[in-house]
Design a protein around this ligand. Structure first.
Ligand SMILES: NC(=O)c1ccc[n+]([C@@H]2O[C@H](COP(=O)([O-])OP(=O)(O)OC[C@H]3O[C@@H](n4cnc5c(N)ncnc54)[C@H](OP(=O)(O)O)[C@@H]3O)[C@@H](O)[C@H]2O)c1
Length: 335
């Protein structure tokens, strides 16, 4: 919506979504407000390696160029609210930070995908990485620069991440771990790809009322959140991270679209912020990341990518099935 408001005529949008019904709903809403816009949908489930490979293949068949790749899909499954930690936090000096990021008070129960990956890691990080790798050939086309824009979080904490357990199989904060990993990965991608004209940035949308937030308290009825809004507006007088609406939360994602990518700092996260008076703006804040750890994570992800490709090749040999994209190409020709 923010992009179309700015550049309806020049933009060709492709919405990558797992649920086609919701995707079509989003597309219709965008076309309703911007009838001349070009908006397509593409099915992709970032938690599934075959879905990502299929989607990337379909994308390459449909389009020959990609300038901006927004890596936004994210989950925080089965969030558990730690009441004791909450009350301890209230008495500490970290109340605002705790309320704004959920640090220390939110844990999650992760699961394993049919591919054998931790679901949060796969959905929030690895699926995006694989998608990017598969789309490399359509990025930076014709000597133009391209941008990757990750939706990270202020909840990305070094303490939740371990190089020995990049998928966070052992811990109870897979969300924080996956977001910290996206901060690290963005730095590594800048190191490896800037020379080719590809730039990567991370954003935090702030605290936004979305399905992800509602699921933290699934028993609360919808009207309860509406009742809470005046409280949130009050809190906003003390912390500008309470952006509250998706429109405000998208501020930094839109802001990045307008920047010269080479002017951006690879060590910064770009935060969407909203002042007490409701004005939105973007602020760059240094991330707690270092080159060595980012390189080590990048290598680990490349290794996982090799493993995925090898497994798929072996499966195709065993079942003598055509490559999954051969099927896709046939259906395209027929269509
Ligand atoms: N809300 C906040 O306060 C907040 C704060 C910091 C960061 N974030 C980040 O902001 C991003 C957007 O989240 P949100 O707050 O807008 O939550 P949301 O309303 O739950 O949106 C998440 C989106 O990701 C999609 N998605 C989830 N799993 C997917 C998968 N496997 N494949 C493809 N798409 C998938 C969802 O698709 P469906 O429509 O099919 O469910 C949905 O459109 C996330 O990365 C989140 O971590 C949010």
């Amino acid at each position: 919506q923010r992009l179309l408001e700015d550049e309806t005529e020049r933009i060709h949008l492709c919405l990558g979504c797992r649920n086609m019904q919701r995707a079509e709903g989003a597309r219709s809403a965008l076309l309703h407000s911007h009838p001349s816009a070009q908006v397509d949908v593409l099915q992709v489930d970032t938690s599934s390696t075959t879905s990502v490979l299929r989607a990337a293949h379909e994308f390459r068949l449909r389009y020959n160029r990609l300038d901006y790749l927004y890596l936004n899909a994210g989950i925080m499954p089965n969030p558990q609210f730690d009441v004791k930690a909450f009350f301890r936090g209230l008495l500490s000096g970290q109340v605002i930070s705790m309320l704004a990021t959920g640090v220390g008070i939110l844990t999650q129960k992760d699961s394993v995908t049919p591919d054998g990956f931790q679901e949060v890691f796969s959905t929030n990080l690895f699926g995006h990485f694989l998608l990017f790798r598969e789309l490399e050939q359509v990025l930076c086309k014709g000597g133009l620069r391209s941008q990757l824009i990750w939706t990270s979080s202020s909840n990305a904490h070094r303490s939740a991440f371990s190089l020995q357990d990049v998928q966070h199989r052992e811990g109870s904060q897979p969300y924080s771990s996956s977001k910290y990993a996206s901060d690290l990965l963005s730095l590594a991608l800048n190191t490896h790809y800037n020379q080719q004209g590809l730039y990567s940035s991370v954003t935090c949308p702030g605290f936004v009322m979305t399905n992800l937030t509602y699921r933290v308290f699934p028993l609360f009825p919808a009207f309860f959140w509406t009742l809470l809004m005046p409280v949130f507006w009050l809190i906003r007088l003390f912390t500008n991270t309470f952006t509250l609406t998706p429109y405000n939360g998208a501020e930094s994602l839109f802001w990045l679209f307008k920047q010269k990518p080479e002017s951006l700092d690879p060590y910064c996260k770009y935060h969407s912020l909203t002042s007490g008076l409701g004005n939105t703006y973007t602020e760059a804040r240094k991330m707690d990341v270092d080159l060595n750890t980012s390189e080590a994570l990048y290598e680990a992800l490349l290794q996982l990518e090799r493993d995925v490709r090898k497994k798929l090749e072996d499966q195709q040999k065993t079942y003598q099935s055509p490559k999954l994209w051969d099927n896709l190409e046939q259906s395209h020709t027929t269509a």
